[in-house]
Design a protein. Structure first.
Length: 557
């Protein structure tokens, strides 16, 4: 039942007993940028103020983060951009990395038949990067400001440097990976001495690379001087990426996935992301379950959502993969009857053991480190972008002479069916390595519409936890009436089928944990499930929230 709270003379309806903490989001009338790093947010806002649109700002932010957030921001990785323009057009730009031509199914198995660390660190872990092609494609089709100007903030942040934040200093100090590779050690650690917060950090090689991309576009990265140096570094160090792989890399536009939840329209990520399929399947299970009546953060609601997650992840790991290589049964996985079967299989009082859950066959129903940023411009165009080099600082390798880190996205493939990858995901045959294939992703840039108008833009890093993070942010807003600040900051939980563990952030009450254990969950407390970046459009205002788990910044005008 809805409770009515008397607040002075105001009557405020609070859905399902949730009492908002009312932490304040950043508010702006016209436009908003939310990213994980302040210089990047400022670069995006400057583009918007100068009349650029959301895509222009997304390009400027993408390149700025490649300088100021080296753990995740990148030109050596890949990602997804979900766009909605005010005339109603929507598109999904897929610039996910691809396996090099020389890659093969069992390339990461050692002599004992078990996965080695090669998919996680070093030259052999890198997939063919897609970011520069993706940002160029987005700009060519949907941007309006000149390309070179959008790279200018990144070039000067790299050339003139910027002051290292507390978080960046801590992150560089903590990375054992960077220390293993001489070029990375030289650039990010000044030969073993760590950068301290407040010190100036300059990246001249990266400035040179960005400057060439500003002048020659993606052609430099994929066919020009950058391509030649990158390919030469690969040959010299046992990597797989060739000049041919770079030349042949293309970013592609795909139809976003669409679904409805309680009257809201959800636009989200199609394969090769598993995220959008997950969001829509789990919302389908939840919509008619009545789970929300138990209230946000209650053991009963967490239990039901966690069981929903467990079932989705079983299907994810079996059926989802690159649709250009494998038939992915999305329609079956989202079919009403399939979803109803999943819902019926959930006991509201008891956890099902993961060993008893296997992916329900959809046939027959057919008819650590990443970053997300969200942008809305003054015309109401929205860009929701998640991009990544996978692990923090990717594979640890800085491309010789080029100043940028390479991804370890090859670890998102199944190195061996049934063996967990670095993110702990147990995956199957559909996601096996094949030359040119894109590894299955969990990145879930999402946009929600209400009555055909922009309502919410959201996304997060966190590997498999991304999907749970985005789901919970959406549920917090739609089902529990939270403002976007609260929706992003609330403690989160995550279940991914295997391991059979309910991961919970600190902040839930001990009684709630006890109730969940009583229902049969193996509860484990972990810090940092996702880092959401979200914008809510309501009542003529944009509300922005960078996750308080991070040093992010929301800003607008
Ligand atoms: O595409 C994916 O799902 C992963 N490569 C994302 C990695 C990630 O989010 C790690 N960040 N915390």
């Amino acid at each position: 039942m809805r409770e009515i709270l008397a607040l002075g003379a105001l009557l405020v309806a609070v859905p399902w007993g949730f009492h908002a903490r009312a932490a304040e989001p950043v508010r702006a009338r016209h436009a908003m940028v939310v990213t994980r790093e302040a210089h990047a947010t400022d670069a995006g806002v400057a583009v918007l103020r100068a009349g650029g649109n959301a895509v222009d700002a997304a390009v400027a932010v993408g390149f700025a983060l490649a300088v100021t957030l080296p753990a995740a921001g990148n030109i050596g990785g890949g990602g997804f951009m979900l766009l909605r323009v005010t005339d109603g057009r929507t598109t999904f730009i897929d610039f996910r990395e691809r396996a090099p031509k020389k890659a093969s199914r069992d390339m990461y198995l050692g002599p004992d038949g078990n996965p080695t660390q090669d998919s996680e660190a070093g030259y052999r872990a890198a997939g063919v990067p897609g970011t520069v092609r993706g940002l160029e494609l987005a700009h060519r089709k949907y941007g309006k400001k000149p390309w070179a100007g959008l790279l200018a903030p990144a070039v000067s942040l790299a050339r003139d440097g910027f002051d290292v934040s507390y978080g960046l200093a801590r992150s560089l100090r903590a990375s054992r990976l960077l220390a293993r590779f001489p070029e990375s050690r030289r650039i990010f650690q000044r030969d073993g001495a760590y950068y301290e917060a407040g010190e100036r950090f300059r990246q001249p090689e990266l400035a040179g690379t960005l400057d060439r991309i500003a002048r020659s576009g993606a052609a430099d990265f994929y066919e020009g001087e950058t391509a030649r140096k990158l390919a030469a570094g690969m040959v010299a160090n046992g990597g797989l990426i060739t000049l041919e792989d770079l030349k042949q890399y293309s970013a592609v536009e795909r139809e976003p996935l669409r679904g409805r939840y309680r009257g809201y329209e959800i636009l989200t990520a199609p394969p090769p992301s598993s995220g959008g399929t997950g969001i829509l399947q789990m919302m389908g299970v939840l919509e008619k379950s009545g789970y929300e009546k138990h209230g946000a953060g209650s053991a009963a609601s967490i239990h039901f959502v966690a069981e929903t997650m467990r079932r989705f992840f079983a299907a994810r790991n079996t059926y989802l993969a690159d649709p250009d290589y494998v038939r992915v049964p999305v329609a079956g996985l989202l079919d009403k009857r399939y979803v109803a079967k999943l819902r019926e299989s959930i006991d509201p009082e008891r956890a099902t053991r993961s060993s008893e859950v296997s992916a329900l066959d959809p046939a027959g129903y057919e008819s650590s480190e990443t970053t997300h940023y969200s942008i809305v411009d003054a015309q109401g165009n929205a860009a929701s972008v998640t991009y990544t080099i996978n692990g923090g600082y990717g594979c640890g390798v800085t491309a010789p002479g080029l100043g940028f880190l390479l991804n370890n996205e090859m670890d998102d493939f199944t190195a061996k069916p049934g063996s967990p990858n670095a993110a702990g995901l147990v995956q199957g045959e559909a996601n096996a390595i094949q030359p040119g294939k894109r590894p299955l992703s969990s990145m879930t840039p999402t946009i929600v519409l209400r009555d055909g108008r922009l309502f919410l833009v959201a996304g997060s890093p966190g590997s498999g936890r991304i999907i749970s993070t985005v789901l919970e942010v959406l549920l917090n807003v739609i089902d529990f009436g939270m403002n976007v600040r609260d929706a992003v900051d609330r403690p989160r939980f995550h279940h991914q089928w295997k391991p059979d563990t309910l991961f919970m952030e600190p902040g839930f009450s001990p009684d709630t944990l006890a109730l969940l254990r009583g229902r049969g969950h193996n509860v484990e407390t972990v810090s940092g499930i996702g880092e959401a970046a979200a914008i809510l459009a309501e009542g003529g205002w944009l509300q922005g929230a960078a996750d308080s788990r991070s040093e992010g910044k929301a800003s607008g005008y």
